[in-house]
Design a protein. Structure first.
Length: 307
């Protein structure tokens, strides 16, 4: 996949010291800027919000980027609701217009009412012994992502803009022009690890291209099979699969707790999901959270020097 549209991780958490706002993060472009040095100008990066638990978007935030010219790229953000939010497109109310993307250490941010926005290269907050996972879960504690960068979209948002109920469902997706479709869904993510770890290789493209409302219909039995192969009995596998699907990140913005309530940058997702996957047989990859996170917006650390 084109690195510019490859989703790495998503995060949603209550703003530190402000219970009335949330911070929402989308990371794309693994090992940036090795594979790509900008966001994709032809893509729509989209945050979907389900406010009533039916696995259908009621609110959407759409991020689009200008082409990168002379080292400069701009981002625009639209907010859609109702029928606009459910569909594909790039329409809605303008929240931000032509905000400069950060390609170095300098942090360019913009404010619009109670919203704040950042887009640019940052240190990857994800921590995981990927080589240990590939080696049949023989973990050594070597953090594959310790010195890696990603391209991040970080938005601080008033909780009221996420809906009247504090309990919402969140996922991100990326749309591109493909096969005559101007808004072809190429990637999506809600809960961490569901697609890369819990689905079989031959199913990943299908999983990326469907709406979450179809997840249980198409993937419950497949997920049960994967869980059973890692030691779950049929009853446990079925119960766990229905907990993990649909692939939507549950978030109660009235709570400061982390995963499975949203996801903080410091949450040890790997240990949590390894425990779930293996039914408690493996509980840690021996990797600890990164120490370069910031206490202020945009919270992700400064980008590492380019190797």
């Amino acid at each position: 996949m084109d690195a510019r549209i490859d989703i790495c991780d998503i995060y949603a958490f209550q703003k530190p010291k402000d219970v009335n706002k949330s911070v929402l993060v989308l990371d794309v472009n693994p090992v940036a800027p090795t594979y790509a040095d900008s966001f994709a100008s032809e893509a729509v990066y989209e945050l979907k919000v389900d406010t009533n638990g039916d696995s259908v978007a009621d609110i959407a935030y759409r991020f689009t980027f200008s082409p990168k010219e002379d080292g400069v790229q701009k981002v625009t953000v639209l907010r859609a609701s109702g029928e606009q939010a459910k569909g594909n497109g790039n329409d809605g109310e303008v929240i931000f217009k032509d905000v400069t993307v950060s390609f170095g250490d300098k942090v360019n941010t913009a404010d619009a009412g109670e919203y704040r926005l950042f887009a640019g290269i940052r240190s990857d907050p994800f921590f995981f012994d990927l080589e240990g996972m590939k080696n049949n879960m023989q973990f050594t504690g070597a953090d594959t992502f310790l010195d890696k960068n990603v391209f991040s979209i970080v938005m601080e948002i008033p909780n009221s803009a996420l809906g009247s109920s504090s309990k919402v469902g969140i996922w991100y997706r990326v749309l591109i022009p493909k096969d005559g479709n101007p808004f072809f869904q190429i990637d999506r993510m809600g809960r961490p690890f569901i697609n890369p770890v819990f689905t079989k290789e031959e199913d990943k493209n299908t999983f990326n291209r469907i709406e979450p409302i179809r997840d249980r219909e198409l993937f419950t039995e497949k997920l049960v099979s994967v869980l059973e192969s890692f030691g779950h009995n049929p009853e446990s596998a079925q119960k766990t699969a229905l907990t993990l699907l649909p692939d939507i990140l549950d978030y109660d913005y009235s709570s400061s707790e982390g995963y499975p309530n949203g996801r903080k940058l410091t949450d040890d997702i790997t240990d949590i999901q390894l425990t779930v996957l293996t039914n408690g047989r493996v509980t840690t990859d021996k990797v600890w959270r990164h120490q370069d996170l910031s206490t202020v917006f945009p919270y992700l650390g400064s980008p590492h020097p380019i190797q």
